[in-house]
Ligand binder design. Structure first.
Ligand code: CAA
Length: 247
């Protein structure tokens, strides 16, 4: 069988890089998107090549429908098809609701939620036609439980799971699964940007495992959901949060 192709949005970021490398280790052909404003994409590709990973990359503003369409068209021209889509790209604009402006709200909703529509729209039909596909949406523990300073982010991440459930119903009989994963606090730049005192005093003490998660642990869950063995898992929201939120 030809190698399966995974398209990872935001694959050059903290979580994304681990998803790309771990999936390549599993034999996938990996394509990542990067933000058109990212000036370090060539550097990243070179550093990956130095580690033995030959990734291809396409620019996409995941908040923009046409940009996603152009990206998917190019990826299909280059590698033929997309078997697994990981909607991973996301941003934070953390601040209390009192301080949050409309642009802060819009940026997070468009990048973290509209993006799932923008990307999935251009890959789903082919998956349905082939009778096999995997859509994996990266949400957050903070979409499940809410978080101080994240009304925008929590709303977008909760919305992602609504998207997952509805779409999972529509394609369940077509061999395509749609799932959400909800990571907790993982040791990436997004989390280490939180003021250290808030992290130490308000967040880590809420994690029964007493530590941040590793990006590789999240990548491992994505690999499972992308596998043939996960065919019976659809419409799920799988928590990976060190016990921070149980329900
Ligand atoms: N829970 C309870 N209280 C909190 C809190 C929390 N998580 N975070 C802050 N507070 C409290 C502070 O202790 C402080 O209380 P006092 O006034 O009594 O001292 C008050 O709220 C104001 O806090 P700040 O002085 O920090 O206020 P600020 O306006 O400078 O900053 C903030 C507010 C931007 C929300 C900042 O507190 C912050 O960055 N918090 C962390 C937000 C967060 O968890 N983001 C997650 C990012 S990682 C991610 O999103 C990945 C993922 O999916 C998990």
């Amino acid at each position: 069988m030809a190698k399966r192709v995974v398209l990872v949005t935001g694959g050059m970021g903290g979580l994304g890089e681990s998803i790309c490398t771990k999936m390549a280790d599993q034999g996938y052909t990996v394509v990542t998107t990067y933000s058109p404003s990212n000036t370090k994409s060539e550097e990243w590709l070179k550093s990956m090549a130095a580690r033995g990973y030959k990734f291809s990359a396409e620019p996409a503003d995941v908040a923009d429908y046409e940009s996603c369409e152009a990206c998917v068209t190019k990826v299909k021209e280059r590698v033929g098809r997309i078997d697994v889509l990981v909607n991973n790209a996301g941003i934070t604009r953390d601040m209390t609701f009192k301080r949050m402006t409309k642009p802060d709200w819009d940026a997070v909703i468009r990048t973290n939620l509209d993006s799932a529509f923008n990307m999935t729209k251009h890959v789903l039909d082919d998956m349905v036609e082939k009778g096999w596909g995997r859509i994996i949406n990266v949400a957050s523990v903070n979409g499940q439980k809410g978080a101080f300073g994240q009304t925008n982010y929590s709303a977008a991440k909760a919305g992602l799971h609504g998207f997952t459930k509805a779409l999972a119903l529509e394609v369940a009989k077509k061999g395509v699964t749609v799932n959400t994963i909800s990571p907790g606090y993982i040791g990436t730049k997004m989390v280490t940007a939180i003021p250290q005192d808030i992290l130490d005093e308000k967040i880590v003490p809420q994690i029964p495992l007493g530590r941040l998660g590793e990006p590789e642990e999240v990548a491992g869950l994505i690999i499972y959901l992308a596998s043939n063995e996960a065919a019976f898992v659809t419409g799920a929201n799988i928590s990976i949060n060190g016990g921070q939120h149980m329900y």
